[in-house]
Design a protein around this ligand. Structure first.
Ligand SMILES: Cc1cc2nc3c(=O)[nH]c(=O)nc-3n(C[C@H](O)[C@H](O)[C@H](O)COP(=O)(O)O)c2cc1C
Length: 245
């Protein structure tokens, strides 16, 4: 675990999941989604990005299996497909189920899928499983996804699939967010750092108020609310402005 999140010591050496481990993980996603539904949420976003478990199956970067869960791209998509089906079965059709994808991994921000063809197969295959949206996280959502193309991953998806596309990555400036929507590169934007720094980002943007840039010192030595509160008090920077909500 990253020190940033409270982990310490050497990383344990991973071992391949057994069939029982895989079935347990699939059932775990379904049970978690069901709890979210019971708690009153409108939907769930399955985390298939950044080198987390679903991404570890999708990407040949991690997936070195030679059984039904690895090898060809079709087999590498078997786990996300099984998760989507189990979650959908658990929550029914009247509940949003989406998935977040990225090329980059927490362990490698330069990693790219094999190219446009692979990206297209991933996007269209997952869409066909009945997802309500796909969310693409990139370092910068306005930059090209692959060499030899001028399209970002989200823009490519907007061309290839019919479900809503969410773009993420350096869209915290309203001009950048507006640009990707205006270009037809996404239906929605998701913001990370800008929202950590400005809890009322939509209200500030709507009312033309200034935005605070994220200072990573706010999240040190660990990313938790008490460190953020201490930083805000010390620097006299509030999380929200009174903009007449
Ligand atoms: C402090 C911090 C913690 C993050 N933790 C996670 C995480 O646990 N899982 C994840 O998928 N992305 C995580 N991210 C990445 C964000 O979800 C987002 O994709 C990224 O910051 C790019 O969007 P932005 O430019 O709007 O911040 C984190 C980002 C920051 C700054």
């Amino acid at each position: 675990m990253l020190g940033f999140y409270g982990g310490e010591g050497p990383y344990p050496t991973p071992r391949p999941m057994s069939e029982a481990d895989i079935q347990e993980a699939i059932a775990g996603f379904a049970a978690a989604a069901q709890r979210a539904q019971a708690a009153g949420f409108d939907g769930v976003g399955l985390h298939g990005a950044n080198g987390y478990l679903i991404d570890q199956f999708i990407s040949e970067y991690f997936n070195h299996r030679d059984d039904a869960w690895g090898g060809s791209l079709e087999r590498r998509l078997a786990f996300p497909i099984a998760v989507i089906r189990a979650v959908r079965k658990a929550v029914g059709s009247d509940f949003l189920v989406g998935m977040r994808l990225s090329q980059i991994k927490v362990t490698d921000s330069n990693y790219r899928w094999a190219g446009r063809e692979e990206a297209a197969i991933i996007m269209t295959t997952l869409e066909a499983e009945g997802l309500d949206y796909l969310h693409f996280s990139e370092l910068d959502a306005l930059t090209p996804a692959f060499e030899g193309t001028d399209k970002s991953l989200a823009a490519l998806a907007s061309e290839l699939i019919d479900i809503p596309v969410i773009a993420n990555g350096e869209l915290g400036a309203p001009q950048a967010a507006e640009a990707i929507i205006a270009q037809g590169g996404a239906d929605f934007v998701a913001i990370g750092k800008a929202a950590l720094a400005n809890h009322d980002w939509p209200h500030r943007v709507r009312n033309n108020r200034s935005l605070t840039a994220l200072d990573f010192a706010m999240l040190m030595p660990r990313a938790n609310l008490s460190n953020e509160d201490a930083w805000r008090e010390q620097h006299n920077v509030s999380a929200t402005l009174d903009v007449g909500r």
